[in-house]
Design a protein around this ligand. Structure first.
Ligand SMILES: N[C@@H](CCC(=O)N[C@@H](CS)C(=O)NCC(=O)O)C(=O)O
Ligand SMILES: [Fe+2]
Length: 366
């Protein structure tokens, strides 16, 4: 079974692709974005995957790659094209290289034109290919900087991409209109620059007259990507806040486990957002917890101290997740959610005030 996720970075309109073998959980990620590494690492952890490689389709001009940060966080290897000019990778890819992840693999095809080092990755059964900024959906990558070459791009598309089966799904590195996927058959027929009977000279003429403004981040992105996105300073931009052992979830929420809260209980404000009858009900509550029901939190947030971190608690951990969002909007920065709520707190044997014995509690529901 293949695990496949298409992820999006809205500020650069970049797609990142996570692929994994469902059996061994071995994974690769194509074109991760620096600012999205925390999100991507959370997904990899939640899906129980083991990241083997970050794979670049090319040296990007519009955003910085997340490759180095992901390597630091997960211990994966960084793979780039041997023609990319990038330093510091663990593997330099050449045509026909095969990147194995568990029982699945990607084959490397060289598709220059947007840059000299552009690669397309083709899935083992040719059902999917990742075209980077060579072929875009009803478009193509630009060819006006970074060794851009319209003739090379025309040949790359016709010889390396249009030779795949018509049914092969194509996933680009960007789409600026929100489109997500296309296929070889439809691009061969409908791509306005490269499809139908369009010849090499037609394509060259089209590309010479695009007149696009340079990417806003060009001057920062290219030098950073030539170092595989290694930050200049040692400051870890993906580090978790230091006040307790926290974990970032793919849902976008900082979480703390019962054990971590137990250890840091004295340093934090515990905010219980259940209803009063639940607070005094069979599940009990954590010693020292302040009760402000979720529906009143926005108006009563001022009752909480701004200089001590807050851990929000509820029955199962979902209302308290919403509480962390409300608190952030109210200007509190150090906030976390107790993962699993009171149910998990009690199931893992932590003490409560009030409450009744454990067994009936597990059947207790609101
Ligand atoms: N406005 C975007 C421009 C992005 C851009 O130029 N993207 C390149 C890929 S790195 C491209 O080929 N774009 C094709 C197009 O915009 O049609 C930015 O500032 O980042
Ligand atoms: Fe690009």
């Amino acid at each position: 079974m293949l695990i496949f996720r298409q992820l999006f970075d809205p500020s650069s309109s970049t797609y990142t692709y996570l692929l994994a073998d469902g059996k061994s959980r071995a994974a690769v990620i194509i074109d991760p974005v620096f600012e999205q590494v925390r999100r991507d690492a959370a997904l990899i952890a939640e899906l129980g995957l083991r990241l083997l490689y970050t794979l670049e389709t090319h040296v990007h001009a519009d955003h910085v790659t997340g490759a180095s940060l992901l390597k630091k966080q997960t211990g994966c290897s960084i793979a780039v094209s041997a023609d990319s000019g990038a330093e510091g990778a663990d593997r330099y890819l050449v045509p026909d290289d095969v990147i194995v992840f568990g029982e699945r693999n990607l084959q490397v095809r060289k598709t220059p034109g947007h840059t000299n080092g552009c690669l397309t990755y083709v899935l083992d059964d040719r059902s999917m290919a990742f075209t980077g900024d060579c072929l875009l959906i009803r478009g193509s990558g630009r060819t006006d900087f970074q060794q851009g070459d319209p003739q090379a791009m025309y040949r790359s598309v016709h010889q390396q991409i249009f030779t795949l089966p018509d049914t092969c799904l194509l996933y680009p590195a960007h789409d600026y209109r929100g489109l997500t996927v296309t296929s070889v058959g439809e691009e061969r027929q409908y791509n306005p620059r490269l499809g139908g009977e369009t010849g090499e000279a037609d394509f060259t003429g089209y590309m010479k007259n695009l007149h696009l403004a340079h990417p806003k981040k060009l001057d920062v992105a290219v030098p950073a990507n030539l170092k595989c996105g290694r930050p200049d300073s040692e400051v870890d931009v993906t580090a978790a806040p230091g006040w307790a052992p926290l974990r970032y979830s793919f849902a976008g929420i900082w979480e703390i486990d019962p054990h971590g809260l137990e250890e840091h209980a004295r340093d934090v404000q515990i905010l219980d957002v259940r209803e009063p009858n639940e607070f005094t009900g069979p599940l009990g509550h954590i010693r020292g917890a302040v009760l402000i029901p979720l529906g009143m939190l926005a108006e009563r947030a001022g009752e909480l101290a701004k200089d001590r971190p807050i851990v929000a608690v509820c029955r199962a951990g979902s209302r308290s997740a919403q509480a962390t969002t409300i608190l952030r909007e109210a200007g509190f920065s150090d906030v976390a959610n107790l993962a699993g709520g009171m149910l998990r707190w009690r199931a893992e044997g932590h003490a409560v005030e009030g409450g009744t014995a454990l067994d009936p509690i597990l059947e207790y529901s609101i």
